[in-house]
Write a new protein. Sequence first.
Length: 325
Amino acid sequence: MQAWQVHENGEPSEVMRLEDVETPTPGDGQVLLKVRAANINFPDALMCRGHYQVRPPLPFTPGVEICGETEDGRRVLANPALPYGGFAEYAVADAAAVLPAPEALDDAEAAALHIGYQTGWFGLHRRAALEAGETLLVHAAAGGVGSAAVQLGKAAGARVIGVVGGADKVAVARELGCDVVIDRRAEDVIGAVKEATGGRGADVIYDPVGGEAYTQSAKVVAFEGRIVVVGFASGSIPSPALNHALVKNYSILGLHWGLYNTKNPKLIQHCHEQLTELAARGAIKPLVSERVPLDGAAAAVQRVADGVTTGRVAVIPGLTEGGAA
């Protein structure tokens, strides 16, 4: 089969190589899946660089989120068991963690429903207990993780403020359903949030960016608000001033979605059922901005790493250069 291999750490476009390799053999409790679509996540780029908390042995195939097909023809969602990741024609996954793909979504959309939407659901509902009528602020609202949080926030009845970087992303955030969109490159985020909330601030803040975004969050979080720390796409990990959290009565909530796989896997299944229902009634629909063939994966991962994409980018092994599957 064909698979992208990383033999040394570095930038994705430099270290990912498309090679002919043996089709992987599943181990005990694992299943072999034909990859129908693989969604690109920021952690794929971090793993290529050697900067992610999970460091698979070299060489490995990136791709942590797929829609695949079982040998008996079932369409499923899975997180491949590295080093046999999803940017390949076949991947391996733990059988117990495989989930049925929602019928309402195509392969690329289904592949994008898993990590980003589960992260959003756990962050907004399990950790922050977002309520209808509250104000939700989402950083990087036009990106893969942020776009999921925007849709989930609207589905929960929240008023959603999206922060983005650039006029093109402003349009995307509006299409996603943001009630207010702030372009951090052209506006003062702190002033704009305070104006949009009458000085009260946001009840829940969803931050996959870190760095300056977190600094802004601490200044605009409402009384008894909750800041959900999801990741650090900016590359800068903030050091929060806990005395500030004390005097303003707000909570800082960490979210590592992967822990639920080991600590409470039943919640993963429950979350998937909730997401499937939301997709079936059209309340959520992953924004897939690009569908690229397998040989375009390295360049696409690099674009995600560089922060120039919107929504999700999916790798489709059966796609030709002309766009036909």
